[in-house]
Write a protein that binds this ligand. Structure first.
Ligand SMILES: Cc1cc2nc3c(=O)[nH]c(=O)nc-3n(C[C@H](O)[C@H](O)[C@H](O)COP(=O)(O)O)c2cc1C
Length: 211
């Protein structure tokens, strides 16, 4: 089983709740399935470029202009998308580790989506239909936030975004472990909340390994 881990928190693990969830998740995943191969992509160490006009042309012109062949310059601008899509299309499980920033994901993860979740890379377009290029069977979201959000809270733009992105490319199975209420000034029980989320991350990893 191959697991692609996309992580986008600039803080060190000892200061980052979502990274601690990732540590818990991967230690359980590897303990349950010693054959698991984990590929780590740290978006703060290897940041995605914002989609440029050249990269846009490389990715999207072939969809709309029959027979369009990107120039070498356009291909070079989309090289990050090609490199990351090769990893995406060679994994069984996708894990996204992220804090909530301004009700959504940090800009680096949005930039990764804009580059990689694209036609010719994560999927092909056929007669207006999306045909996934990957074989991902499950996605896992490990998320932390300062405030507490009930299910379907209209302020939460993060989990709907991640669910929509996964659904768009045909990943139906998405598990979420969410350490919310992590602002110690707002929540005296932030530590027990974190422990519940760590346990949830571990359980998801064990279930993944069994499936
Ligand atoms: C730039 C920024 C924006 C944030 N926006 C939100 C927000 O919209 N909602 C929220 O609940 N917490 C927000 N927070 C708080 C973080 O989500 C919270 O500190 C979380 O525990 C960080 O996770 P981490 O410890 O894994 O980095 C924000 C923090 C930062 C730095």
């Amino acid at each position: 089983m191959k697991i692609l881990h996309i992580c986008c928190d600039p803080k060190p693990t000892e200061e980052s709740v979502c990274k601690q969830m990732a540590t818990e998740f991967f230690s359980a995943a590897v303990a349950t399935n010693p054959e698991a191969e984990v590929i780590n992509v740290d978006l703060y160490k290897d940041p995605p470029p914002y989609l440029s006009y050249e990269a846009y042309r490389a990715i999207w012109y072939p969809v709309y202009i029959a027979g369009y062949h990107p120039t070498d310059e356009e291909k070079a601008a989309a090289a990050y998308a090609a490199d990351q899509a090769a990893r995406l299309n060679d994994t069984d499980v996708l894990v996204l580790t992220t804090p909530m920033w301004n009700f959504s994901v940090p800009a680096v993860l949005k930039a990764w989506f804009d580059m990689v979740i694209s036609p010719g890379y994560a999927y092909e377009m056929e007669n207006g239909e999306i045909r996934p290029s990957h074989h991902i069977r499950s996605a896992v979201l490990l998320v932390s936030s300062g405030e507490a959000y009930k299910e379907d809270d209209p302020r939460d733009a993060l989990t709907p975004l991640v669910r929509a992105v996964c659904s768009h490319i045909g990943i139906a199975d998405i598990s979420v472990a969410w350490a919310d209420g992590q602002d110690p000034l707002l929540f005296k029980d932030c530590e027990p909340r974190k422990q519940v989320a760590l346990e949830a991350a571990r359980e998801i990893a064990e279930e993944l390994s069994e499936s």
